[in-house]
Design a binder for this molecule. Structure first.
Ligand code: ADP
Length: 391
């Protein structure tokens, strides 16, 4: 009434006189001058929300079930392509490479779907810890460097590491945030992987800046850029820019949506500035905490500052070695970190038993494809659809 502005909210709950709770949306529309009156429309969303939940559950279960066999296919095809495991002729290699790429694409799609459904139905965990953002970002970026090297792109990390050997020491401000480092890693990696993917030549520049209460991580590329009309839709689910530049580049349209959801969980926000055909800059803003608060929080918890756990990457790998770490979706089924650590130890030790040639490190799936087949539930017979009788 006082602001004379319309209001929309779709996540309210209303309790009726009889005590029944309804999920509702409201639209408040002012009529006439400020204070004159408003029209309020209440809509019962209970059924809609229940349907949404059912759909999310279905997507989550289906993608989980499908990811397992696809990971197995991906792993075995990867093994066939590894010269230290099997010798194949060029024609076979060509066919298997195509099948391997498609299996990888499917695997990514199911993984993204799983992560998204988890973000949507509130199963996304949030374990904020004190993170030194410059170091953390640097470590994540270093892990992705081989992908850029493979495309001859240069990756520049702007904040210079503190070099104590120089007389005129340039100290970067230390930016601390209290966020879930898995979420932060996922967003930085997604933005940087996109920058590499959508850039044909030139460079990718990562910067960390901030003010007293905010930290901004930016990823700039000299890539294909984004047409102005697509920018408002970029962070929506399944949205992909469809033009001659993007058609050849694979993707699911889920990465940026997930980044937005994760940014929101971290009390942050994400946005983009882009010039079509020139390049783009994606920004992630998260709240900054003071040095004193960081010290107090670190002292209060025995956990050390998170230094971004990325595994050492090979210098010039033919296949980029994947970190053997639990992803968002792994934690859906095995939320106990101790159990995950134990499983990873076992997988790692099994993986060590496979001889690895210097320049062709195996991916985690290739190291132990059997784990994916073992994880499969007993197969359910699929009813065969009978062809319709011809009249
Ligand atoms: P995708 O799996 O398609 O990459 P995303 O959600 O990560 O899905 O990105 C959505 C769309 O945004 C992409 O399909 C692409 O058209 C566009 N996009 C994302 N990042 C960039 C970038 N750095 N440069 C140009 N276009 C981008």
């Amino acid at each position: 009434l006082t602001t004379n502005k319309s209001v929309r909210k779709n996540n309210l709950s209303l309790q009726t006189n009889s005590g029944k709770k309804l999920l509702i949306s409201i639209v408040v529309s002012p009529v006439g001058q400020a204070g004159a009156g408003v029209i309020i429309v209440f809509r019962d969303m209970t059924k809609e929300k229940a349907e949404e939940r059912e759909m999310a559950e279905f997507i989550s279960t289906a993608s989980h079930e499908m990811r397992t066999p696809v990971a197995s296919i991906e792993g075995y095809l990867g093994l066939v392509l590894n010269p230290s495991v099997v010798q194949i002729d060029d024609k076979t290699r060509d066919f298997i490479t195509k099948a391997h790429e498609s299996a990888q694409h499917l695997g990514r799609l199911f993984q993204d779907l799983l992560d998204v459904s988890k973000a949507e139905d509130g199963r996304l965990s949030n374990n904020p810890k004190v993170v030194d953002i410059v170091h953390f970002t640097h470590n994540v970026i270093e892990g992705l460097r081989p992908q850029a090297d493979a495309k001859n792109l240069s990756v520049v990390f702007k904040p210079q590491p503190d070099d104590t050997s120089l007389s005129d020491r340039h100290l970067n401000p230390v930016f601390y945030a209290q966020v879930d480092n898995d979420h932060l890693r996922e967003v930085i990696a997604n933005l940087t992987e996109n920058a590499i993917k959508y850039t044909l030549r030139g460079n990718v520049v990562i910067d960390v800046t901030g003010s007293n209460d905010k930290i901004i991580i930016s990823v700039t590329d000299s890539g294909i850029g984004i047409p102005a009309e697509d920018i408002p839709h970029l962070f929506q689910k399944f949205y992909r820019v469809d033009n001659s530049d993007t058609r050849e580049i694979g993707g699911t349209g889920l990465g940026l949506y997930l980044c937005r959801r994760l940014a929101e969980v971290m009390d942050g926000r994400i946005w983009v500035e882009s010039t079509y055909k020139r390049g783009s800059t994606f920004f992630l803003e998260i709240p900054r905490i003071s040095h004193e608060d960081a010290t107090r929080l670190i002292e209060a918890t025995p956990t050390p500052i998170v230094p971004a756990v990325m595994p050492p990457q090979p210098q010039t790998p033919a296949v980029v070695q994947q970190p053997l770490q639990p992803s968002l979706s792994d934690t859906v089924t095995s939320p106990d970190p101790a159990q995950i650590a134990e499983q990873l130890k076992q997988v790692n030790s099994q993986a060590q038993q496979i001889p690895q040639p210097v320049n062709t490190p195996l991916t985690s799936i290739e190291q132990n494809p059997a784990q994916y087949t073992q994880a499969r539930p007993p197969s359910v017979p699929i009813p065969v659809r009978q062809p319709k009788k011809q009249r």
